[in-house]
Design a protein around this ligand. Structure first.
Ligand SMILES: *Cc1c(COP(=O)(O)O)cnc(C)c1O
Ligand code: SF4
Length: 296
């Protein structure tokens, strides 16, 4: 373990998430996701600080337009948890968030872009903004006639299910667009009863739930772990969406799973569970028109 600050990305984890770890297990899959490790300081070839080309896709403060039809708004740089493998750990968030009243530029771009019909609130974690702030944003979005969907990429209902409170649910229910929430859980142990209940409340508020995971060595790199995760997700009404191959961000190389092993895991999963419980194995390739399927 490293002292806080050595990696430029502090240890941060909600108590409730810590409580889901197995005490005494130094290789606990939840602990591994948040504990700073000396391996983060190793310089790895082919790893960079902006592995997915975010700075090239920027079309306004905090707005990324990479793929047809959808634009991603970095609503805030803050997260309730600091995941060690995160590709955004080096992104210049102080300048590049659309929060703090600087939404005008992003909203103007979206208003002018009739080809964008879906806005993705992302971050950081958009739900780390206060609900009234989110409501202010979605009121502005709701006035753009060509928007047909709102998507929210968030890990908060998993790591801090208390965030799914009455105020948040009231806000979601006022948004006059279909709502898709893409959650982020990597291991079945992340989803306890409190998380299941939060997901139920979200679904009752009319939100469709999907999940994306990152394939992480030592966390979920076995067919058992992936199958158990999918089973746990569907039990909570969440469909597995993507299993991401790691973005090659400096400090995360020790989590990488080789493509051949990743493909073998997916093949094993396909042989064991229903087709809709198999997430799509993808990787982000700078300049590509979408997330790219990993193939042999
Ligand atoms: C991942 C991503 C999206 C969403 O892609 P989907 O394949 O629709 O989930 C949109 N914009 C950016 C910039 C992204 O990185
Ligand atoms: S919650 Fe998401 S954006 Fe925040 S550190 Fe974790 S992976 Fe990165």
């Amino acid at each position: 373990m490293l002292a806080d600050g050595d990696t430029g990305f502090r240890l941060r984890v909600p108590r409730g998430f810590v409580a889901r770890m197995q005490w005494g297990d130094a290789r606990d899959p939840l602990l591994m996701q948040v504990l700073p490790a000396a391996a983060e300081l190793l310089e790895a070839p082919h790893y960079s600080s902006d592995p997915v080309g975010d700075m090239d896709a920027r079309v306004g403060t905090g707005l990324l337009h990479k793929y047809a039809g959808r634009a991603l708004l970095i609503a805030t740089g803050s997260c309730a948890i600091h995941c060690r493998y995160c590709f955004r750990r080096h992104f210049p968030y102080a300048e590049e968030t659309a929060a703090s009243g600087q939404w005008r530029e992003a909203i103007d771009y979206l208003r002018k872009s009739a080809d964008v019909d879906e806005v993705i609130l992302s971050g950081g974690d958009p739900l780390s903004l206060a609900t009234p702030k989110l409501a202010e944003l979605t009121r502005a979005l709701a006035e753009i006639p060509h928007l047909r969907r709102l998507r929210i990429h968030t890990r908060l209902p998993i790591v801090l299910p208390e965030r799914v409170d009455g105020e948040l649910l009231d806000w979601l229910q006022t948004i006059p667009l279909p709502k898709v929430m893409v959650l982020h859980a990597n291991h079945a142990n992340e989803i306890d009863e409190t998380v299941a209940e939060a997901c139920q409340r979200l679904r009752d508020a009319g939100v469709s739930l999907l999940n994306q995971s990152v394939l992480l060595r030592g966390v979920n790199d076995s067919a058992d772990a992936l199958a158990e995760l999918s089973e746990r997700l569907i039990a909570c009404g969440i469909l597995p969406y993507y299993l991401h191959q790691l973005d090659r961000v400096q400090g995360a190389a020790h989590f990488e799973v080789p493509d051949a092993q990743a493909l073998a895991l997916i093949a094993e999963l396909e042989a064991r569970v229903a087709g809709y419980l198999v997430p799509r194995l993808v990787r982000e390739v700078p300049g590509a028109s979408g997330k790219r399927a990993v193939r042999s």
